[in-house]
Design a protein around this ligand. Sequence first.
Ligand code: THU
Length: 133
Amino acid sequence: MIEEELRQKLIHLAVQARERAYAPYSHYAVGAIVLSDSGKIYDGVNIENAAYPSGICAERVAIFKAVSEGERRFKAIVVATENGGSPCGACRQVMAEFGLDTEVLIVNTEGQTVIETTVAQLLPGAFTPESLQ
Ligand code: THU
């Protein structure tokens, strides 16, 4: 469990990031924050596209930004949506690649925690890198 002060900071950052979502088609803005094992924080927003399937979710943007900076393990992922909507299947799979123990917090735009879970709970029976060994 991450400590309360840090948790509140991550929630605040996720809600702030959400304001930068590029969601002109769905109008469903999402902000995501990942806290790496090294202690660094990366943010992401959903980025939609006129060619709809070319868009990407906030969670994957945040994770891919972090991974492209060399991160491989995450302590926590915080996702902010207007109604506490939970991560899609593709994002759950990407989360699982980098660890099943990562804490996942889903918050609303008031910063209230709607769901507090882990990647393992979000994706039971996950196909992981170990599955290929
Ligand atoms: N979306 C996310 O960014 N994360 C999720 O976990 C669920 C959905 C985005 C994708 C799309 O831009 C919009 O929300 C509506 O599906």
